[in-house]
Ligand binder design. Structure first.
Ligand SMILES: [Zn+2]
Length: 112
């Protein structure tokens, strides 16, 4: 892995990695909290930072076929969610380019 560049987010409610506490996303970036991942509730987010992506994979989800990439925390390397690269159903296209992070791997903090 290359040199780690840490970014910080604006806003007063920040989602950080539960394990290593680096900033991952914020409340303003949250589009929906009604998603599910392997560990339960998951958030659909418009934007995140301090993560890296795995190989492209095709997955058959409840909402049809999607191309995704696993998403891992830059601080601790834990896989914490995925990115939607391509959705094959028209109704799911809004998810393209967005990321999912599972609630279980996040902690919400106040930040000024
Ligand atoms: Zn982490």
């Amino acid at each position: 892995m290359g040199k780690m560049i840490l970014e910080y987010l604006e806003g007063n409610r920040i989602y950080v990695c539960k394990k290593c506490h680096i900033h991952l996303s914020n409340y303003e970036s949250r589009i929906s909290k009604n998603f599910r991942g392997g560990s339960g509730q998951a958030f659909l987010l418009d934007r995140g930072i301090n993560y890296h992506l795995g190989q492209l994979e095709d997955k058959d989800l409840m909402t049809g076929k999607h191309t995704i990439q696993n998403l891992s925390c830059n601080g601790c390397n834990q896989v914490i969610g995925w990115k939607y690269v391509k959705a094959y159903r028209e109704s799911e296209k809004y998810k393209e380019g967005k990321i999912i992070i599972e609630r279980n791997f996040l902690k919400r903090i106040k930040w000024n």
